[in-house]
Design a protein around this ligand. Structure first.
Ligand SMILES: Cc1cc2nc3c(=O)[nH]c(=O)nc-3n(C[C@H](O)[C@H](O)[C@H](O)COP(=O)(O)OP(=O)(O)OC[C@H]3O[C@@H](n4cnc5c(N)ncnc54)[C@H](O)[C@@H]3O)c2cc1C
Length: 569
């Protein structure tokens, strides 16, 4: 080990979840030594910063948390952990208040002086708070300022490589960190580790998340023995930009465009959503719209580049420019004028509803480890509503910070398993300076398998073929070789990323094969119907070396049952 570090709270990830965890841990006890680690730059990385559309919170007297809860459960098709979903909807208004009054965020206001809330798909009330179409930058930048002022220790461009247990194996005692710039390893010991690396479905050909998000949190937690749930639930956003080889391909054109009246057309000029959801059309939920676009493309009604067309020009150029300046700029960068004509789009992997199983205090089955944000599963069930993602990361990030502060008061620092840390370091160093598989080629092969076999439409034969291909890719990912030394070696980082991506892909495919029904974002063409009698269950996965255990447990319908659901429009 090159260096060691000791702290009270070690936070892995600096998106909405990590930043809020740091703020709330500090404010609960300013004496705590808090270290915030980010694979990217603290305050500049992750997806919270990319949040365009906004943040769902009940603020208007005519709206209610019960309605927001029902929308969330209905969107998640009853697979949600209802206690976590309740925590989300009741916590969201509190967080918006905190962000405005304590953190210093400015959100858009209407002529009446109240916070402006816009419509988002799948919701029965206009409750999405925003700052233009660049809401995430506002939230993350202000949170970053607050933490800077509080003297929190930041470790930029440092990736967590492994969670490290105590020698007795009974709890998590820290993490092995790698400074990507210097190539040096640090063994960080902490009373509590908060995992908030933001998931990240970058194992698909088209995907929207920040580049550094490669499922690290799931992989680290799974290898350490955490229980993961609902990994088959992968959300595809319907409107990823299609822009050839540009790195903007797959980036999201925000939900609000459809909310405001944007229309989708196939290459034959048909407004195809009329076939799939004649009532809600483009304002249907993401899973329905994304699958409809995919089926149109597969049926040969897509554009030559393999997309469909999103058109908002009928809303008026001035309105589009004023309401969606970020989207107009993004399209212009790849040669489209969003204000005046259609833009080519494709479904894009966007958000993993699955993740580490947590309770309302963000605890998981591993003592010493808390999990928040996209690394946690269960809140959104089979489909996340637009606007509930940043609410999730900030509400549960705050909760994780409070829990961490309380745990620090209770427990001393545990000893750490040095042998496990050394083994993890040796494994991470293995690809360096040897001949072996090219990690970039492996990534491309992985993305193709996942897109074709574990994407928007799945079946048993395709999933079995995918699992066989993924097993082979996993072996090859253990044999990568890269040139050069450890300093700023992007090929080496890619080799480490690919190992995590392949593991998460395997968990996703295995869970998708296990669930023999269609629900929310998980569509099986061989089991096209939702089957509440058998599948109102959460799929669980846990490593029990050398095997991988998979099982299901019934969803606890603690607040709302499918039969009592009243359709909300
Ligand atoms: C393009 C886009 C638009 C979106 N728009 C909306 C929206 O309008 N409304 C909404 O509610 N949700 C939206 N979402 C979803 C939302 O961004 C996420 O739900 C949420 O912000 C995730 O927060 P997080 O804190 O869990 O992770 P992130 O904000 O993604 O942060 C992850 C952090 O972990 C770090 N990290 C990753 N791996 C490691 C590692 N190994 N070690 C250390 N650090 C690591 C990253 O560098 C980053 O700092 C959008 C997502 C995308 C991709």
């Amino acid at each position: 080990m090159d260096e060691t570090l000791t702290c009270d709270v070690l936070i892995l990830g600096s998106g909405g979840a990590g930043l809020m965890a740091a703020l709330h841990a500090y404010d609960a006890d300013p004496r705590l030594h808090i270290v915030l680690v980010a694979k990217g730059l603290v305050g500049k990385s992750g997806c919270t910063r990319l949040v365009q559309g906004g943040f769902n919170a009940v603020l208007h007297p005519a709206d209610s948390v019960e309605l927001h809860f029902r929308d969330t459960i209905r969107g998640g098709q009853f697979l949600n952990n209802q206690e976590l979903a309740w925590e989300l909807v009741t916590g969201a208004p509190r967080v918006i208040h905190e962000l405005e009054t304590k953190v210093g965020c400015f959100f858009d206001r209407g002529p009446d002086g109240c916070i402006h809330q816009k419509p988002f798909a799948g919701q029965s009330f206009d409750r999405t708070v925003h700052r233009g179409d660049l809401t995430g930058i506002e939230i993350v930048s202000r949170l970053h300022d607050q933490l800077f002022a509080r003297g929190i220790t930041f470790l930029d461009e440092t990736r967590a490589v492994a969670l490290v247990p105590a020698p007795a194996g009974d709890r998590i005692a820290g993490a092995l960190l790698l400074d990507q710039r210097s190539g040096r390893f640090t063994l960080a010991r902490a009373k509590v580790v908060v995992l908030a690396t933001g998931g990240g479905p970058r194992m698909y050909k088209y995907s929207a998340p920040a580049l550094e998000k490669t499922g690290d949190g799931y992989a680290l937690a799974y290898r350490a023995g955490a229980v993961l749930i609902d990994m088959e639930m992968m959300q595809f956003h319907p409107t990823g930009l299609l822009a050839g080889a540009s790195r903007l391909s797959g980036m999201v054109l925000e939900e609000g465009l459809r909310g405001a009246g944007g229309r989708l057309y196939n290459a034959q000029g048909e407004r195809f959503m009329a076939r799939y959801d004649p009532e809600r059309l483009e304002r249907s939920t993401r899973d329905v719209v994304a699958r409809a676009s995919y089926l149109e493309i597969m049926a040969g009604r897509g554009t030559p580049a393999g997309g469909v067309l999103l058109d908002v020009s009928h809303l008026g150029a001035e309105f589009v420019r004023r309401s969606f300046p970020g989207m107009v700029r993004r399209c212009a960068e790849v040669g489209y004028d969003l204000t005046r004509g259609p833009v080519e789009v494709t479904p894009t992997a966007h958000f993993h509803m699955g993740g580490v199983k947590i309770d309302r205090d963000c605890r998981c089955n591993l003592p010493g480890l808390l999990v928040a944000g996209e690394d946690a599963g269960g809140i959104h069930g089979a489909n996340r509503l637009g606007g509930n993602g940043v609410a999730d990361s900030t509400v549960f990030g705050a909760r994780a910070g409070e829990t961490a502060a309380a745990l620090c008061a209770e427990r001393p620092l545990a000893p750490i398993d040095l042998a496990a840390a050394r083994a993890a370091q040796e494994a991470a160093l293995r690809p360096l300076g040897r001949e072996g598989e090219n990690p970039f080629a492996l990534r491309d092969a992985l993305q193709t398998v996942m897109w074709e076999r574990v994407g928007l439409v799945r079946d048993a034969a395709g999933l079995r073929a995918a699992l066989a291909a993924l097993a082979e890719l996993a072996e090859r990912a253990e044999r990568t070789g890269v040139r050069g030394g450890p300093r700023w070696n992007l090929a080496w980082q890619q080799a480490l990323d690919v190992q995590n991506l392949v593991l998460v892909a395997r968990l996703t495919a295995a869970a998708a094969l296990y669930r023999e029904e269609s629900r929310g974002s998980h569509y099986r063409s061989d089991f096209p119907a939702r089957d509440d009698a058998r599948w109102l269950v959460n799929v669980h996965q846990q490593r029990q070396a050398p095997a991988e255990r998979i099982w299901d447990e019934p969803v606890a319908l603690t607040r709302l049952r499918p039969e009592s659901e009243v359709a909300v429009r």
